[in-house]
Write a protein of this length. Sequence first.
Length: 263
Amino acid sequence: MTKQTIWITGASSGIGEALAMHYAAEGIQLILSSHEKTELERVASNCMKQGAEVQVLPFDLTKKDQIEEAVKKAEASISKIDILVNCGGISQRSLIIETPDEVARRIMEIDFWGHATLTSRLMPFIVKTGGAHIAVLSSLSGLFGFPQRSMYCASKHALHGFFETLRLEHHKDNVHVTMVCPGRVRTNISFHALTSAGVEHGKMDKGQEEGVTAAYCAARIARAIKKQRKQVIIGKKEVIMPYLKRFAPWLFYIIALRIDPNA
């Protein structure tokens, strides 16, 4: 059988790295991307030790020209992309009233526009080669709003609108989409979250520290992709929140107002 090819963005750390290691153990051909080239090469080396074939394509999700160049290189080196995982992203720790436009736009560029641009540039190749499965790292915050996460929530909501539309438009082209909505996962996302000053938050939130592991999250994502799930929600007790928002919104708001956004 021909090896599957999986392209993972945000593969230099966190859930992206865990997914790369998960698939590497299956001997799958990987394309790994991130703006952190050194860390990306570290992950690639670890994946190759597991028996995977790995191509490293570093690029910045905020740079359209870098995204387009990466697409050209990928299309020149492989015959098909079986799975695309849009995983790169950045979080936020600032109130709306305090967040300047440049910080808000940077979050939207990384968390929405980068993935939308990469995917749209790849779609002609994906359609031509018989389709693919696209997994998109949203968040529980892509299903409701939450304090100090205004642009993060907005970008994740935008991902749902874009990729759910793509799923419908390209159903006939054998294109499948899984929206991944993790809650708290034990990664460094809170360390790198942007404050109103545009600098990193620089600390691990308590809730993040008590979240599920990145490896557990990666295994759940891989299973959802294999089963062609349209959406998967991953986490601990926090996963009840989107269901409360839908079926008991009055209770959702009571609980949401009591949660410390920095906890």
